[in-house]
Design a protein around this ligand. Structure first.
Ligand code: ATP
Ligand code: MG
Length: 538
């Protein structure tokens, strides 16, 4: 088969043909929040290049803005990348380059390509111009090199207040690209940094720090998202003027956006801070740690990222497609179990004693022929929705006068039922002899097959199901927040389920995929719903 390349790989292929010996990429998160599934796309691309070209991929923390950054995030980011199964070659921090970046800034000043500006952030904004109008030059723009060197050093040494002066690149206030209109590259901020503590009171800005970090590390292809396309001229300007003419090439791809969810750390942090969710790893969150707590397997995330591919135009992916990949993976991997979410007592009058039934642990996995014992007793639970005294049309479960098959067990025939306050409290039935699969009465036609749990050999479970955090529609996320996102069931399940460990995943037959939380609430083992069985992807 002919190998297919995405547009990034095509660029890389050409560079290899030309002169590029070893491909080095990096994943550069800012430690100001937890990673989300959008970051997984970037991880798959950057680490994908490493694998494909036998190159290198570094993890670099882009920690140049101490106001929002924290060690907690560094820790979670590393955990999440490992969970996805990626191994970085080097763990690096932009903050380790503060001395070098300072030297690079001094070099620019010496070349007459940077100046200390006295204007406030607001004045700079006001003088930047618009898409149709050029910006105005700052009165500080023509300071001598000597004065700039002295002032920049004084900025570093604490002579000025925060915001009193900045260092700007001297490029072109009339450039059609606003990013090139003398961008600020250093500012004063007396904020302790999570790593360098109080050593620095001036910090480089992203557009200066990022290309330099890439250059220092010998990155060959700096892959980032589309919103940085307009920054590329500045990226190249910094690279070339700081002495790295043959430095890295920036390549942009479209970020992942998905319906019914949010892909912005800033907004996700708001949900955490305002306690809309219980932390960054809440199972409703699109963060990698949230998806992990939800029960989503890392392989499913990677399969999804591979399927959506890499493109150069922004679009929104239907979240149903993501769930499709989760389901697809779990269908083959998850062991089956029977659980009833809304237990209703059912009596089998003609069952004497107990009978051991056999159930395949995973009928979708041809390598797994294992079975488990499921004990049938005369009192069992079925789901209250699987019996209806007044069945609607096309209802194929148990009804008065009807029959239904118990999954991997007998066919039952309705005898009677009791109601209290209009609610069914018990159903009485009898079983059809020899109707277990293979028996002489097993071919009797019944439409419905339902799951069941022995009353004697069952466990109490707390089953939690989730809805999307964001309602359908357009516009601001904060106006589309869904506040009813958790549903809890006091369920009954097969006895062994209460011993499940954290991350054990199951298909609860006829319901969906669930993960054990490895903990109990009020004595009940807790399970999260990963996704339902129904595939809504068109
Ligand atoms: P956010 O807007 O969520 O804060 P960010 O881009 O500021 O995201 P970074 O920590 O800077 O987050 O991201 C690290 C890398 O992941 C960057 O290269 C960034 O382009 C990429 N990335 C972030 N969000 C997405 C996304 N939704 N899809 C693909 N890549 C993404
Ligand atoms: Mg960012």
């Amino acid at each position: 088969m002919e190998e297919k390349f995405n547009f990034i790989e095509e660029i890389i292929n050409k560079d290899i043909e030309k002169d590029c010996k070893k491909i080095i990429t990096r994943f550069p998160p800012e430690p100001n929040g937890f990673l989300h599934i959008g970051h997984a796309k970037s991880l798959c691309i950057n680490f994908g290049m490493k694998d494909k070209y036998k190159g290198e991929c570094n993890l670099r923390f882009d920690d140049t803005n101490p106001i929002k950054e924290d060690e907690e995030y560094v820790k979670s980011i590393k955990e999440d990348i490992k969970w996805l199964g990626f191994k970085w070659d080097r763990e690096l921090y932009a903050s380790d380059y503060f001395d070098r970046m300072y030297e690079s800034a001094v070099l620019l000043i010496k070349k007459g390509l940077a100046y200390v500006c006295d204007m406030s952030a607001e004045q700079i904004r006001e003088n930047r111009g618009t898409l149709t109008q050029p910006g105005k030059e700052s009165p500080s723009r023509n300071r001598s090199i000597e004065e700039n060197l002295r002032l920049f050093e004084e900025m570093k040494n604490g002579k000025f207040k925060d915001g009193e002066k900045v260092l700007r690149a001297k490029i072109d206030m009339a450039s059609p690209n606003i990013n090139m209109r003398d961008p600020v590259i250093y500012r004063i901020s007396r904020t302790a940094h999570h790593r360098t503590k109080n050593k620095w009171i001036i910090y480089p800005l992203y557009d200066f720090a990022h290309p330099l970090s890439d250059c220092y590390e010998g990155i060959t292809h700096s892959i980032c998202t589309l919103e940085f396309e307009d920054h590329r001229p500045l990226y190249d300007w910094v690279k070339i003027n700081c002495g790295y003419e043959n430095g890295p090439k920036q390549i942009e791809f479209a970020r992942l956006n998905m319906t019914r969810t949010i892909m912005s750390k800033r907004y996700l942090k708001k949900l955490v801070d305002e306690k809309v969710v219980n932390g960054w790893d809440d199972p409703r969150m699109p963060t990698l740690s949230g998806l992990r707590m939800r029960g989503v397997p890392p392989e499913a995330i990677k399969n999804f990222c591979a399927a959506i591919g890499v493109s150069k135009s922004n679009s929104e992916v239907d979240i149903a497609l993501f769930e499709h990949f989760v389901r697809d993976y779990l269908n083959v991997k998850a062991k089956r179990a029977m659980v009833v979410k809304r237990p209703l007592k059912l009596v089998i009058e003609n069952l004497n004693g107990e009978e051991i039934m056999k159930s395949r642990n995973n009928p979708m996995d041809e390598n797994d022929l294992s079975q488990r014992d499921v004990i049938l007793t005369s009192e069992i639970y079925i789901d209250s929705e699987d019996f209806s005294p007044n069945p609607p049309p096309k209802y194929h479960r148990l009804v008065p006068g009807g029959m239904v098959r118990l999954k991997d067990s007998y066919i039952l025939e309705y005898l009677s039922h009791t109601e209290k306050d209009g609610k069914v409290t018990e159903v009485r039935t009898r079983l059809i002899e020899d109707s277990v699969s293979g028996g002489k009465n097993s071919s009797i036609k019944v439409k419905g097959v339902i799951q069941w749990v022995s009353a004697k050999y069952s466990s109490d479970l707390l089953v939690k199901e989730y809805d999307y955090l964001i309602n359908e529609g357009e516009g601001d996320f904060s106006e589309r927040l869904n506040f009813e996102t958790e549903k809890i069931y006091n369920a009954k399940g097969e006895a062994f389920l209460s011993e499940s460990k954290l991350y054990d995943r199951f298909q609860f037959m006829r319901e969906g995929y669930y993960m054990a939380c490895g903990k109990k609430e009020n004595g009940k083992a807790v399970f999260n719903c990963i996704c339902s069985l129904k595939d809504s992807y068109k």
